[in-house]
Design a protein around this ligand. Sequence first.
Ligand code: PLP
Length: 424
Amino acid sequence: MTKRQETLAVHAGTQPDPTTKARITPIYQTASYVFDDADHAARLFNLQEFGNIYTRINNPTCAALEGKVAAMEGGVGALAVASGHAAQLLALHPLMEAGCEIVAARKLYGGSLNQMGHAFKRFGWHTHFVDADDPANVAAAINDRTRAVFIESLANPGGVVSDIAAIADVAHAAGIPLIVDNTMASPVLCRPIEHGADIVVQSTTKFLNGHGNAVGGVIVDSGKFDWTASDKFPQMSQPSPSYHGMVFAEALGELGYIVACRALALRDLGPAMAPMNAFLTLTGMETLALRMERQCDNALALAKWLQDRSDVSWISYAGLSDDPYHRLAQKYLGGKGGAVFTFGLKGGYDAGVKLVSSVRMFSHLANIGDTRSLIIHPASTTHRQLEEAAQREAGAGPDVVRVAVGIEHIDDIIADLDRALSAV
Ligand SMILES: *Cc1c(COP(=O)(O)O)cnc(C)c1O
């Protein structure tokens, strides 16, 4: 099969429906599936044969989405779940026990900082946040209890591009997997597995869906990590009490991890993707490559236009050739900077509030990756609970505005911001 993303986006994972010949994958809106006979049921429950049992665990519409994302990311398998945050939770669950640790980049999506810094603590999972711009900081934070390194390929706020290969080397030297959140880049700009990532997670809510109409997440497994090389991962390498003593890494080979995500983590924790959301995401993904191309072009043009304005003090966008992360963007993102960036207003907090109130075509909301251009002033919304010092630390100081540039005509995007900035 081709590796070209434009073609995979349209064709991978889907084929005409075998029973009805419907060209488009139907929404299999069913909770359960009929067994052929008692023997068939037993084989399915024993994981001796893969098949549909119950939609919390698998569903054909979700399976088509899993196939498409796995192909585009270059993995051996994928698991679609209810949200990006569910993907992160379920990706880590097969690796962690109470008392285990995660080393994560400090510059992450704000919701991930909350999830890992606060919610996971209550499972007894401890996260060390480090400045991952220097892979030595990741190495220094790893200890005997560390079970995963977690970074974003392209992170926002901050416009950070991670040195995936260098961080993968650090993780592998310690015998632990690297998990990369590839939401902001999407597989069109970056395939982290090709650079050494073991596991990729995505919030499909953003660019994969692309139309802002369904929340979802996905885990992709490279199939490359050796779970049996140490005793760090007993859920993978030791007999599983809930599967008659089966050893996932041995019985399922390179599919062991992604099947464990489904058959242990999703089965027992439960955040399944709804088939309707899988359908919307499948439809959206067909245009992913086209949208990314237009959105990156628009974002670069908008960033260059903002650079010349006297009311803008700085722009953080790895697509600009003088940006500190541009070198890494050339290595990992084909020189592109994605569709999301932040900039600073000389007028500070008040100017930020005024700007988001003055736009007409841009939508003022908390999302990215839509066809529509989106804008937000983090200090008055997503980061308003934080003290100012913590806001600045997170790249969300009082003067910061974030845009997620859409697919509209660039002249209309610029005209809307020009008018709104003049009103400020
Ligand atoms: C939105 C987002 C998430 C969380 O995804 P949800 O679908 O909202 O749960 C995780 N990481 C990144 C980079 C995101 O943008």
